[in-house]
Unconditional design. Structure first.
Length: 234
């Protein structure tokens, strides 16, 4: 394992100017692994003060990515435990969601993913944000709008925990349409050839229900999809 290297991008795919971050995997002693864990914990704890946005180009998130990949090779469950701690104890939503999106893309973390995802996610907005953040990962395994199987299954199961009030409050399809229209207008005004940074996709609950083929609870799903419900609830 010594000398094994994996090159990770920290920006958009296909951009020749994107800086490459090299993650070096080497045999670690228990003490060295413990020091890496402490370093990762200190960085995410500092996010409580700095409140960085979960962007692949953010220096803090780049450091988190490197440490997560190194630690996950030895102790993948620690990464997910940390995400739950960051969200529930430190109440740092963006960093917790970023950790979950990273974990869904790491093979070693995937067997433990659903358990911690369900316990970490509290709001439909976080539920959507993890999926949206995954699409920004430069080294993600799946292309297009696809999501890892572990993330898909966890999202389907977690959807059952949201009540009608939560789903109604965070069902912002109209707001997102207005934002997308504004973004298109701003892009049209920019000079030809001018590039903008990577943008997190705006995902709606309705889109996600269709993508994940969610069918339960029937009443909530039918309401969000705008379909009529019969008297017997079917």
């Amino acid at each position: 394992m010594s000398g094994r290297r994996n090159r990770e991008g920290d920006g958009r795919r296909g951009d020749a100017s994107t800086e490459i971050v090299t993650v070096t995997f080497s045999r670690l002693t228990p003490q060295e692994l413990r020091e890496l864990k402490e370093s990762l914990l200190n960085i995410v704890a500092a996010a409580l003060i700095q409140q960085p946005k979960a962007s692949v180009t953010d220096p803090t998130m780049m450091k988190i990515t490197v440490l997560v990949k190194k630690i996950a090779f030895y102790d993948p469950e620690f990464v997910l435990k940390l995400a739950m701690y960051v969200r529930l104890d430190l109440n740092i939503r963006s960093t917790a969601n970023y950790l979950l999106s990273l974990a869904s893309n790491i093979k070693e973390c995937q067997p433990y993913f659903k358990k911690y995802f369900i316990n970490t996610i509290r709001l439909p907005s976080d539920w959507l944000d993890v999926a949206a953040t995954y699409h920004l990962l430069p080294d993600r395994e799946l292309k297009g709008n696809s999501l890892p199987t572990c993330l898909r299954k966890a999202m389907v199961e977690k959807f059952l925990d949201f009540d009608a009030y939560q789903l109604g409050k965070y069902n912002k399809e109209r707001t997102i349409k207005r934002k997308l229209k504004k973004i298109r207008e701003e892009k049209a005004k920019k000079p030809v050839g001018e590039k903008s940074g990577p943008q997190k996709p705006m995902i709606t609950i309705k889109q996600t229900i269709r993508q994940l083929h969610i069918s339960k609870p029937n009443y909530n799903v039918m309401c969000l999809l705008g379909k009529k419900i019969s008297e017997d609830g079917k």
